[in-house]
Design a binder for this molecule. Structure first.
Ligand code: EPU
Length: 430
């Protein structure tokens, strides 16, 4: 399957955000912590939630979906070993905590997911070990057991990892005693997961200085929870609107989750308005160059970087982008250059301060010279966010582009071609 796109149109109209991919999948795993029914509203019908549903079903979950509500109940863990699962996303390792709590033992496969860096899971494993899990590697899977059950621990993360924070929280909520996570991630999706766990009966404090404190409880119960709108979709569609010179209302976009992104849009000369039911994006004048550095929340998110670089190809002057979260997230630049972009990649840190990739030889900074017209090209998707960058670039470009490998895009963006067609895009799945 591929997308065939004819670019050069200004996109106009309204687009509604789906529920956040990076919250929905974790919330499905959180549902494994109880034998009662969990309902997830505003549930996104995307590849990553389908992969996670496959995982949960293998563990014993009964899952139903009616319109945008998913109900999931795992009355009993019928299987604590899911090594047969194909390694397609980052979620299985998060099931270790719930499986240890309910079955005392777990085996999950090594992770798949986007090829954007080495993506080690050392902080996940160290955190679970601190909570009392015995973990060993068997072939290509992690085997964990906790004969005495899990207990509270003081854990300090080397880096505020989203996945490690979630993994430790999901294990600590049913552990015996208090767990503290210092240097924890506090992305909006993590706060949402905390809110859901709290509704299920967990005790979790969000303290100052990235400290999360969890007092373990004996049992969690079912709940109904509405998944927050996807801020990564919002940023993608905001870039799309401004890059094509169109005018798009992104319905459901939440200003609080996008403060840094909105500042960046204004700095490059894009415009936005906070409206009652979303955020509208457009541009009146030409765009100007900017300096961007990705960071943990509330900084400029790494998942906004790729669509934003497409936008910067249309801005006047030399823009600088320093990627500090993943060491290998500029693989798509060669495609933008093939389309007519003028982007140079550097291993040096092109930020105010060196980041943890300094001197390691990773290509993690770029200079984008613009504006450059783009022309249609045949492209292959490398990972989810560079896939959406391909789509935006193709919609900006003159002529026809084909984009193959689109299952990666389907993992995170529901029915993207239909939603973009409603904005006037010439895009079809072939
Ligand atoms: N890291 C380690 N050791 C660990 C864990 C992480 O070194 O044990 C490193 C990673 O290699 C990376 C950095 O820490 O360099 C940040 O990784 P983090 O754990 O925060 O990311 P993640 O949980 O694997 C999630 C999202 C990503 C998003 C990042 C950053 C999910 C499923 N994925 O990944 O989303 O970019 O947080 O916010 O929630 C996407 O949606 O396209 C995507 C890649």
């Amino acid at each position: 399957m591929q997308f065939v796109i004819r670019g050069g149109k200004k996109l106009e109209g309204e687009i509604t955000l789906s529920g956040a991919k990076n919250a929905a999948t974790k919330m499905m795993i959180a549902s494994l912590l109880t034998d009662e029914l969990v309902s997830l509203e505003n549930f996104p019908a995307i590849g990553d939630t389908a992969i996670t549903a496959e995982l949960c079903r293998l563990l014993g979950s009964k899952i139903k979906q009616k319109q945008s509500t998913l109900t999931i109940q795992t009355a009993k863990i019928t299987n604590h070993k899911v090594t047969s699962l194909s390694r397609r996303n980052r979620i299985p390792i998060l099931a270790l905590g719930p499986l240890l709590a309910r079955a005392g033992e777990a085996e999950v496969p090594f992770l798949g997911g986007d090829k954007i860096g080495a993506r080690p899971v050392d902080m996940h494993i160290d955190g679970l070990r601190a909570l009392g899990a015995e973990i060993e590697i068997r072939g290509e899977s992690y085997h964990a057991h906790a004969p005495q059950g899990l207990h509270g621990a003081r854990i300090e993360l080397d880096f505020p990892s989203v996945g490690a924070t979630e993994n430790i929280m999901l294990a600590a909520v049913l552990a015996n005693g208090r767990t503290t996570i210092a240097n924890a991630a506090k992305e909006p999706e993590i706060i949402a997961l905390i809110k859901m766990l709290q509704k299920m009966g967990a005790i979790i404090e969000i303290g100052a200085h990235r400290m999360i404190t969890i007092d373990g409880v004996k049992k969690l119960h079912g709940t109904t929870f509405e998944i927050l709108p996807d801020r990564n979709e919002a940023a993608s569609f905001g870039c799309l609107a401004v890059a094509t010179g169109g005018n798009v209302l992104v319905k459901g976009a939440i200003q609080e989750h996008l403060i840094t992104f909105l500042n960046a849009i204004r700095r490059v000369g894009g415009e936005y308005a906070i409206e009652e039911n979303g955020i509208r994006f457009w541009r009146t004048n030409g765009l100007r160059a900017a300096e961007i550095e990705t960071d943990t929340h509330p900084g400029f998110m790494t998942d906004w970087q790729q669509p934003f670089v497409v936008l910067l190809t249309q801005a006047k002057g030399a823009s600088v982008v320093h990627e500090t979260i993943y060491e290998d997230r500029f693989g798509y630049i060669k495609d933008l250059n093939a389309m007519g972009g003028d982007i140079s990649v550097f291993s040096k840190c092109l930020g105010e301060l060196p980041c943890r990739f300094n001197g390691m030889g990773f290509n993690h900074s770029v200079i984008v010279n613009g504006p450059t017209p783009l022309r249609g090209k045949n492209l292959t998707v490398r990972d989810l966010r560079s896939g959406i960058a391909h789509i935006i670039a193709a919609l900006v470009a003159d002529g026809e582009s084909t984009i193959s490998g689109i299952e990666e895009i389907d993992r995170g963006y529901a029915h993207i071609e239909k939603r973009l067609r409603a904005l006037g895009a010439d895009i079809r799945r072939a």
